[in-house]
Design a protein around this ligand. Structure first.
Ligand code: SAM
Ligand code: SF4
Length: 335
C-alpha cells in the first residue's frame, strides 16, 4: 500500500514508474553456479563496495521517491558480514511495504528466524536440481542437503511466500522440470523457471546450445500437470500458472522468448554502488561517487535518482549466439 506521503517521483521517458529496487549487497558468493560465474572469479575489494550505512541511506532515499519494494540479493547476500543488521534496519523503513530477498539457501538454517524478525516477507531460493551430484556440478561448490534443509527451515519459519528459482539448461537439468514442480507442490511453495541470460563470460557451457525455452518447459510440464493461466496482476517479468487443485504457482521468466520490458518497474543497485537502469544494458549512474562526494546531502542524491530515469532504456536485446555484450556477471547485478 502506498503511503500518502509517498509520491511516485521515479518515472521514465516511457511513462513507466519505478517502485521496486533490487540491491546487491555483495558480489561474493559461496557457490560458483555455471550460468552465473566462471570458475575463477575476482571479487571487489572491500573499500570498493558500498558500506551497509550507504546502502541504508540509498534505500531510504528510494522509498521517499515512491519505491515500496526492495529485494536484497547478491552474490549471496547472507554471506555478507552484518547483513542481518542491515535487513533489520531496512525492515523498519517507514515507507517500505515489502522487504524480500533472493538467496541460494546455504545459510537459511542459521538465519531464517532472524530474517523473519527483520520483516523480510518473502524469499526466493535458488534450486536448479534435486540430484546431489548434479547440484555439485551446477553450483561447483554447493551442497544440496544443506540447501534442502535451509528451504525446510524457511518453510517452517512461516514467510508469507517462498518461491524456488530454477535456471533451466538443455542437457543439464531440463529433464528435471516436472520433479522440481512436484517438489514445490509437496512443499506447498511456488516455483519460477528462468531462461539463462548472457551476462558476463562463463566457461562451463555454450549458452546458445544450452538454451531451453519457457515454452518448451511449459509443454513438458503439461504432460504431467494441469496448469491454469493466472492473469497478470503485478508488473513483473513472470507469466504465472497455477497447478490445478493446489496453491502452487509456476512462473516463467523468459527474457528471450517473451520480452517483458514494457511493464518494467524496477532498477538495480550493484554492490559497487552503480545504479543500473536495465538488466540487459549498460546504462548506469555512479551512486557511490555521488554519495561519497556529497555526504549527507540526500536532496542531491534524490535529484540524481529522479534524473537517472531519463536514461532508462526502453528494452533489452539479448543474443545468445554472440559473445556477451554485457560483461558484468549476474552476481554483481543481483539477478
Ligand atoms: N545468490 C543468490 C541466489 O542464487 O539466489 C542471489 C543472487 S543470484 C545472481 C539471483 C538469481 O539469478 C538466482 O536465482 C540465479 O539462479 C539467477 N541467475 C544467475 N545467473 C543467471 C543467468 N546468467 N541467467 C539467468 N538467471 C541467472
Ligand atoms: Fe552465487 Fe547466486 Fe550466482 Fe549461484 S546464482 S553463483 S548462488 S550469486
Amino acid at each position: 500500500m502506498r503511503h500518502p506521503k509517498q509520491a511516485r517521483q521515479l518515472v521514465d521517458r516511457f511513462g513507466r514508474s519505478v517502485d521496486y529496487v533490487r540491491i546487491s549487497i555483495t558480489d561474493r558468493c559461496d557457490f560458483r553456479c555455471v550460468y552465473c560465474m566462471s570458475e575463477e572469479m575476482t571479487f571487489l575489494p572491500r573499500e570498493q563496495i558500498l558500506s551497509l550505512e550507504e546502502i541504508h541511506l540509498l534505500a531510504k532515499c528510494f522509498t521517499e521517491l515512491g519505491v515500496n519494494k526492495i529485494r536484497i540479493t547478491g552474490g549471496e547476500p547472507l554471506i555478507r558480514r552484518n547483513a542481518l543488521e542491515l535487513l533489520q534496519k531496512l525492515g523498519q523503513l517507514p515507507l517500505l511495504d515489502e522487504l524480500v530477498m533472493t538467496t541460494n539457501g546455504s545459510q537459511l538454517v542459521q538465519t531464517a528466524k532472524q530474517l523473519k524478525k527483520a520483516h523480510v516477507k518473502r524469499l526466493n531460493i535458488s534450486l536448479d536440481t534435486l540430484d546431489a551430484k548434479k547440484f555439485k556440478t551446477l553450483t561447483r561448490t554447493g551442497d544440496l542437503n544443506i540447501v534442502l534443509k535451509g528451504i525446510r527451515t524457511a518453510i517452517n519459519t512461516g514467510f508469507e511466500r517462498i518461491k524456488i528459482n530454477a535456471v533451466i539448461l538443455k542437457n543439464r537439468n531440463h529433464d528435471e522440470v516436472a520433479d522440481l514442480v512436484q517438489f514445490a507442490l509437496d512443499s506447498g511453495i511456488d516455483i519460477s523457471f528462468i531462461e539463462e541470460m548472457p551476462l558476463g563470460f562463463v566457461d562451463a557451457h555454450n549458452r546458445a546450445e544450452a538454451y531451453y525455452s519457457s515454452d518448451q518447459i511449459l509443454t513438458d510440464l503439461q504432460k504431467q500437470f494441469t496448469l491454469e493461466k493466472i492473469d497478470a496482476t503485478t508488473a513483473g517479468p513472470s507469466d504465472y500458472y497455477r497447478v490445478q487443485g493446489s496453491q502452487t504457482k509456476v512462473g516463467f521468466i523468459s527474457p528471450h522468448s517473451h520480452n517483458f520490458c514494457s511493464t518494467c518497474n524496477r532498477v538495480r543497485l550493484t554492490a559497487e554502488g552503480q545504479l543500473l537502469l536495465c538488466l540487459g544494458n549498460e546504462h548506469s549512474i555512479d551512486l557511490k561517487t555521488a554519495l561519497r562526494s556529497h555526504p549527507d546531502d540526500t536532496d542531491y542524491i534524490k535529484q540524481l535518482l529522479i534524473d537517472s530515469m531519463h536514461i532508462k532504456p526502453e528494452k533489452h536485446e539479448f543474443n545468445l549466439s554472440e559473445q556477451p555484450i554485457i560483461m558484468r556477471h549476474m552476481n554483481s547485478t543481483g539477478g
